[in-house]
Write a protein that binds this ligand. Structure first.
Ligand SMILES: [Fe+2]
Length: 495
């Protein structure tokens, strides 16, 4: 373990090979199920359950590259932890578009981030249909395993085999043509739900003005409450935050020009222009409609935000929201290969804390971690609550922008940082913290991360100790899994 955040002698040379990093974006077509081989350490006996992960598995369709990794077809992995062993499976989500394109061997649909049908703009013009790629997150809730993508409906999978069952409209809660965001929160003890767990998610209905739809479900996926609020302007909102009494949405300051999209020249996501000089609008929506409290609008210059780490209520009128912010939107040039990205030319994501005063509408912001970071993950038992520890992906070096190669644990109480690094050949994925059952210590548990080992062109599952961030075990996959997006842990074993 190293603490590079306070290491003034850290090297200024890139701690990674760009070629090794690029290879992690090679498509993976193999789908297998097998026990993982232990490389080092031992898998804790007390770690029992399943880690599910999702991300783009294909970065090309029959040799035609996708324009952006966000456009890659979703491939789900499961890691079942049982008695010190780990059973692995991976399968593509067989969405309707995936099945059709694999059968024909070509790209048949437009994608949000610029992957278009072959044949030029006139083959794409005025085609407003997108392929649901189900590639962003995966949750198990109410006996349903769901692959999530914010542009469409969830796809249900069999948790034992990862076979695709089909589109799931959550017993009619979601209508055809609607969507379900990829960033649900699970609140372990909901004061609005008799202190029972509940799942909270949203859907942004796009348009010249946008509508935020929010949903809360009990443990059987029964709808507890739903709200809809219209907000002015186009909204690009990937994630949101919750507290016991509020939903919090940060509306990134962007402008959408639909013309290049309509004419087939650009994907919809490539027509979004970030306006860094404009303020982010923050919408704070009371969860309990019976309180008859209006939605509050606040503003702050926050940069571009994909992910929030957590939020909590300091008082009736004061909320804290912790988020990863970019000084500029990390756009991909439509004419270039995303693998050729110049990291030095892009702003890093950084951790900020926003303190919202609902009475005065004043927002204070504080830069917490200037180091390049992403994929924040707070202990799940602290969702929407004051919390002490935060886990995040981070760069190996303390300054500058670079691929995520390390895990950072931040202590809000002492403001100390611990860093575990997989450099030079390891590239990490979202760190998922699994609490030790029946322990009161917030960081008592394990951090799970799937790393891409560029030297071996294979992926490895790494288990870290939550308290010390030391490496507990490392297990080898037989092949690599392309860089993924999000995942989740459940205490059940399905195989
Ligand atoms: Fe995300």
């Amino acid at each position: 373990m190293t603490d590079l955040a306070s290491n003034p002698t850290a090297t200024t040379h890139p701690p990674y090979s760009k070629q090794e990093w690029q290879q992690g974006y090679e498509s993976q077509r193999r789908e297998e199920a097998y026990w993982l081989e232990l490389i080092s350490g031992s898998v804790p006996q007390g770690l029992t359950g399943t880690l599910f992960r999702n991300g783009p598995g294909l970065l090309d369709i029959n040799g035609i590259p996708v324009q952006h990794p966000f456009d890659g077809d979703g491939m789900v992995c499961s890691f079942t932890f049982q008695e010190g062993n780990v059973y692995f499976q991976n399968r593509f989500v067989r969405t309707a578009g995936f099945v059709e394109e694999q059968a024909t061997g070509t790209i048949l649909y437009r994608n949000i981030f610029g992957t278009q049908k072959p044949g030029g703009w006139w083959k794409n013009a005025f085609d407003f249909q997108h392929k649901n790629i189900a590639n962003t997150n995966i949750i198990y809730w109410g006996d349903k395993l769901l692959a999530l993508w914010e542009g469409g409906l969830p796809y249900r999978l069999d948790p034992k085999t990862l076979e695709t069952i089909g589109i799931d409209q959550l017993d009619g809660v979601l209508a055809e043509g609607e969507a379900f965001a990829a960033h649900p929160w699970i609140e372990p003890n909901s004061v609005l739900n008799n202190n029972q767990p509940c799942l909270i998610n949203f859907y942004i209905e796009p348009g010249l003005s946008s509508t935020i739809h929010t949903y809360e479900f009990d443990t059987n996926f029964k709808l507890l409450r739903k709200q809809s609020h219209s907000i002015p302007g186009f909204a690009f909102i990937h994630d949101f935050a919750i507290t016991p009494h509020y939903y919090i949405f940060f509306q990134n300051p962007v402008q959408f020009n639909p013309i290049p999209f309509a004419l087939g020249l650009r994907g919809a996501g490539e027509c979004i222009k970030f306006k860094p000089e404009d303020n982010t609008r923050i919408w704070v929506i009371p969860r309990d409609k019976n309180r008859q409290q209006p939605m509050t609008e606040l503003e702050v210059n926050a940069g571009f935000i994909f992910h929030h780490a957590n939020a909590f209520e300091v008082s009736n009128q004061q909320l804290c929201v912790d988020s990863i912010c970019y000084a500029d939107f990390p756009e991909v040039d439509p004419e270039s290969d995303f693998r050729d990205v110049d990291f030095d030319a892009l702003y890093p994501g950084q951790l900020w804390r926003f303190t919202l005063n609902l009475e005065t509408a004043v927002v204070k912001k504080e830069l917490i971690e200037p180091r390049c970071c992403e994929f924040p993950y707070a202990p799940p038992q602290k969702a929407g609550q004051p919390y002490r520890y935060l886990f995040m992906g981070t760069a190996h070096q303390p300054r500058g922008n670079a691929p995520l190669q390390a895990i950072l644990k931040y202590d809000w109480e002492t403001r100390e940082r611990q860093v575990w690094s997989a450099a030079p050949s390891g590239f990490i994925s979202e760190p998922i913290f699994v609490p030790q059952p029946d322990s009161d210590a917030e960081d008592d548990g394990w951090v799970l991360t799937l790393i891409y080992n560029g030297a071996k062109h294979r992926s490895e599952l790494v288990i870290l100790d939550g308290k010390t961030l030391s490496e507990t075990a490392r297990l080898a996959l037989k092949y690599h899994i392309p860089y993924g997006l999000h995942g989740s842990w459940v205490s059940q074993c399905f195989v």
